[in-house]
Design a protein around this ligand. Structure first.
Ligand SMILES: C[C@H](O)[C@H](O)[C@H]1CNC2=NC(N)=NC(=O)C2=N1
Length: 92
């Protein structure tokens, strides 16, 4: 199981456009409409399954909010950072 990251490690490794809220890292990905957001959601779910690391994702018109934490560790680990970077990669 991945170890919890320290506050400094989280700050240093937080990917672009992501913010930290307590035990989670969050990004709201923006899109031109609902179907674009839906396509991202599906692709993101595939990356999560590949990583075997599953975020909470909320789809709204024109955006997908992604919240990542490592439940098994009770906080933020490198698994969260790594998946956040991969999600940036399919959007930015
Ligand atoms: C049993 C299963 O391997 C675990 O629940 C995995 C699955 N996906 C997961 N996703 C997240 N976000 N955190 C976990 O600790 C986690 N653990």
């Amino acid at each position: 199981m991945a170890d919890l990251l320290s506050d400094d490690e989280i700050s240093d490794r937080l990917p672009e456009q992501w913010t930290r809220e307590g035990d989670e890292i969050i990004r709201v990905f923006e899109f031109d409409g609902y179907l674009d957001a839906s396509g991202f959601l599906s692709a993101a779910a595939g990356l999560a399954e590949d990583a075997w690391h599953h975020p909470e994702m909320t789809i709204r018109w024109g955006e997908v909010e992604v919240r990542l934490t490592t439940h098994d560790a009770g906080g933020i680990t490198e698994n969260d950072i790594d998946l956040a970077e991969r999600l940036n990669g399919i959007h930015d």
